[in-house]
Design a protein around this ligand. Structure first.
Ligand code: NOJ
Length: 554
């Protein structure tokens, strides 16, 4: 392997929630520096930080007001330089989140754009419509229309795919493309080892003069519809991104370019990451995870109802992604992130299952990406007020559920396990009142759902934390870094694969079921490298007790 990042084991840090060093209730860069020994001991070699730029925090930093400065609540440029240096000293690479599809409405470009329609900054954003008529019926991911009136009353609208305070940049404009490259290189020059390109699949939009052709509006009130085919994965995404990526790779050949390609299917993922295309190194897809919709309450909107994963679809998806990307790029292997419920809340019903699922995911071919707190078994918080979700759609859901006879408490219990916000709780370092995160109450409210914490898990040899350490040590072995993967034909109650490199080989077998699973394995795999839960091995038959998992070598 040629590049450092082909061996990356990434740990995602949500900076606001990781460690507060100055007791203002908000995690910060110095807090991360304090925890480098912990990160090192876990066995990761890369951290990805969610955005830490100056921001009004409408979307927790994804609304950037100034790309060239750190949000003072999280630290200073000096702190960032110290973090990069300390991480590098510890052998840890640093990846920053890079928000390139939109800015904050407080960004000076946008301020100038709305002040003066003749300024060059007006064309940095997407303005359309006139006489107070919205150009089309497209809906925003955060609810309502993608169009918001220019607050200066010109009768025109600006486009925002996310919150109305996050106007989309106009990537058609070559000046915008230049500015974004400048920002990216500014941070790479500071020593950052890579960038996670946020929502990059949305930088191109179709002709704005067309409605999404659906008569049955999803949102009956404002008659908008998420018009994904009109603003995701359009061909210009690649056209505009290519020179950006090429220039970065020319100037910083070791920079990791990791794209967030939420809705990209596997063929697009291959397109985005094949060397010949000169785009990205890897992408994160949300397509691994399909929900089981069969138990949905039809009287309520589906989005915030708790759902189980559709396990057979999940298995199928893993196979397809592993096979399709085999000769193309390394898949990103992950269970959760700040946009989805935590593993221990959604997929893993028990601690044994959480361990087995970690085995299943991270020993496949690819780059593990572990969401902070997953390694100790943290769960989503429970929110007791709808306002804590900071999401208008949740408020609407609570109202709707009330009409159907649900109490607010019942509804908030549901949303707490399905929404992204409760997955952003502070790191549980200790069992003290503020979890060893801060001396004061954290910025995020909510009740923690278990007492797992680093302090206790450090002392227990068989804790989840120590299990993750063993798992990551295994992942670093050549076999799991570079070996081929063959998925063995088993039914949908288990996921079994073999990793092979020259004459070394291992079988990874994980039960996805609540029953005793009997699995035929190739002859001679008897040495247990790692396990979770109970099992028996009888000659060439492996018996896994509910949700157990095992790694066997010859
Ligand atoms: C994807 C990020 O992961 C999400 O948290 C954010 O809201 C959107 N992009 C907008 O930046």
């Amino acid at each position: 392997m040629k590049h450092w990042y082909e061996h990356a084991i990434i740990y995602q840090i949500y900076p606001k929630s990781f460690q507060d060093s100055n007791n203002d209730g908000i995690g910060d860069i110095n807090g991360i520096i304090q925890r480098i020994p912990y990160l090192k001991s876990l066995g990761i070699n890369t951290i990805w930080l969610n955005p830490i730029f100056v921001s009004p925090q409408v979307d927790n930093g994804y609304d950037v007001a100034d790309y060239f400065a750190i949000d003072p609540r999280m630290g200073t440029m000096k702190d960032m330089a110290a973090l990069i240096e300390a991480c590098h000293h510890a052998g840890i690479h640093v990846i920053m989140d890079f928000v390139l599809n939109h800015t904050s409405d407080q960004n000076k470009w946008f301020q100038k754009a709305i002040e003066d329609p003749n300024s060059k900054y007006h064309d940095y954003y997407i303005f359309a419509g006139e006489k107070n008529q919205r150009p089309n019926n497209w809906g925003s991911f955060f609810g309502g229309s993608v169009w918001e009136p220019n607050p200066n009353g010109a009768g025109e609208f600006y486009f925002h795919l996310f919150d109305k305070h996050m106007p989309d940049l106009n990537w058609k404009n070559s000046q915008v493309r230049k500015e974004m490259l400048k920002i990216a290189e500014f941070w790479l020059e500071k020593g950052v080892d890579g960038l996670r390109l946020d929502a990059f699949i949305h930088i191109a939009k179709a002709d704005l003069r067309q409605n999404y052709p659906i008569a049955n509006y999803l949102n009956k009130v404002d008659k908008t519809v998420i018009a994904e085919p009109f603003f995701a994965n359009l061909p210009q995404v690649q056209e505009w991104l290519r020179p950006f990526c090429e220039q970065i790779k020319k100037d910083y050949p070791e920079a990791l370019l990791l794209g967030e390609a939420a809705s990209a299917n596997v063929n697009l993922a291959a397109d985005y990451t094949m060397k010949e295309n000169h785009l990205l190194d890897n992408v994160v897809t949300f397509r691994y995870f399909e929900d089981d919709q069969s138990k949905i309450d039809l009287s309520l909107p589906p989005e915030y109802q708790p759902k189980n994963l559709n396990w057979s679809a999940f298995k199928q998806n893993q196979i397809i992604w592993q096979q399709t990307l085999a000769e193309v790029s390394l898949p990103i292997l992950y269970w959760s992130n700040h946009d989805m419920p935590r593993l221990a809340t959604k997929e893993a019903k028990t601690e044994v299952q959480a361990r087995s699922l970690a085995i299943l995911m991270y020993l496949q071919r690819g780059i593990p990406l572990i969401y902070y707190g997953e390694e100790i078994g943290m769960k989503n918080l429970l929110f007791t007020k709808s306002s804590e979700f900071n999401d208008k759609k949740v408020e609407d859901f609570v109202k709707e559920a009330k009409k159907q006879g649900k109490t607010t408490e019942e509804t908030l219990n549901m949303v707490s396990v399905s929404h992204k916000m409760p997955a952003r709780g502070v790191m549980q370092w200790t069992n003290s009142q503020n979890n060893g995160f801060s001396n004061v109450k954290p910025w995020i409210k909510g009740i923690k759902q278990n007492n797992v914490n680093v302090q206790v898990e450090e002392t227990e040899p068989d804790s989840m934390l120590n299990f993750y350490r063993k798992l990551l040590a295994l992942k670093k072995e050549k076999l799991f870094q570079s070996g081929n993967i063959y998925v063995l034909p088993t039914d949908s109650n288990s996921y079994v694969y073999r990793r092979d490199l020259d004459n070394i080989s291992a079988i990874v077998a994980v039960s996805l079921s609540n029953n005793k699973e009997k699995i035929e394995i190739p002859h001679g795999y008897k040495n247990v490298m790692l396990s979770a839960g109970k099992y028996h091995i009888n000659n060439d038959q492996l018996i896994l007790m509910p949700y157990s998992g095992i790694v066997l070598s010859r």
